[in-house]
Each structure stands twice: as structure tokens, then as C-alpha cells.
Design a protein around this ligand. Structure first.
Ligand SMILES: [Zn+2]
Length: 136
């Protein structure tokens, strides 16, 4: 594994030495949670096998590793859908647009997981990097 100086101003850090907040901000910028380098995404739906700069392996060697990413995505979608529905009901009361709320819920349920997919994977990778700094 090649560990060189980090991107976006980060210093040279070994696995697990990057502060969690920094890892999460890097993940939200769609960069490597450990070093901040670009290029960890091959496409919107695929992570590279490893970071092109620091060599962080995105497959953490554990089956079901990305269940955590799926959980993050699910919670984000549920909170957003419930919050928007509640806000719409409160603002529109008593003439609540139930059909629009129902259709909007369906659109959110389908579209949001796709829209936030790489974010949830990289956020989970950043969290996992702190839980398990090194994997075999
Ligand atoms: Zn990296």
C-alpha cells in the first residue's frame, strides 16, 4: 500500500489517523475518506478497487460490508420523506394534497437512494475506516 501525503491540505496519515469529521467531509465531497484524493469513484454506482493515491481498499474484506451504507441511505430517505410529508401537511392544512404527497413519496423512495448512493458508500467507508483501520 502506498501512503503519500494527503489531498485537500491533509498531512501524511496512516489508516485510522484521519479525524472522523475530516473523513466524513471528504466522503461528502466524493473523495477518498482517508487521503482526500479524487478518483475513488469509477462511476456513480461503482467505487474503484482502491484509492489511486493512498491505496485504501474500498472492499474491506468482509461480506456484507456495505450493509451499513444501505442503512445510511435508508435512514436518510425515510427522514427526508417523512419530514417533507409532515411539512406539506402542516403548511397546506386543511386542504392537504394527499395525492401529491403520495406521488412525491414514491418519487423520493425511488430517486433518493440513487441520488445519494455514492455518498452513502463513501460515508460508510469513512466510518468503517475508523472502526477497523486495518483489514487483512
Ligand atoms: Zn486515498
Amino acid at each position: 500500500m502506498n501512503r503519500t501525503s494527503g489531498g485537500d491540505g491533509g498531512a501524511s496519515l496512516a489508516a485510522g489517523e484521519t479525524p472522523l469529521g475530516t473523513s466524513l467531509v471528504r466522503a461528502l465531497r466524493l473523495r477518498c475518506p482517508r487521503c482526500g484524493a479524487r478518483g475513488i469513484l469509477e462511476s456513480w454506482f461503482d467505487l474503484a478497487a482502491e484509492c489511486p493515491r493512498c491505496g485504501l481498499e474500498t472492499d474491506r474484506g468482509e461480506e456484507g460490508h456495505f450493509l451499513g451504507a444501505m442503512l445510511l441511505s435508508l435512514v436518510a430517505v425515510e427522514l427526508l420523506a417523512a419530514g417533507l410529508a409532515a411539512l406539506t401537511i402542516v403548511l397546506a392544512w386543511p386542504a392537504v394534497p394527499w395525492t401529491a404527497i403520495t406521488l412525491g413519496g414514491v418519487v423520493l423512495a425511488v430517486g433518493m437512494p440513487v441520488a445519494i448512493y455514492p455518498y452513502s458508500r463513501l460515508l460508510w467507508l469513512g466510518v468503517d475506516l475508523h472502526i477497523r483501520p486495518e483489514v487483512d
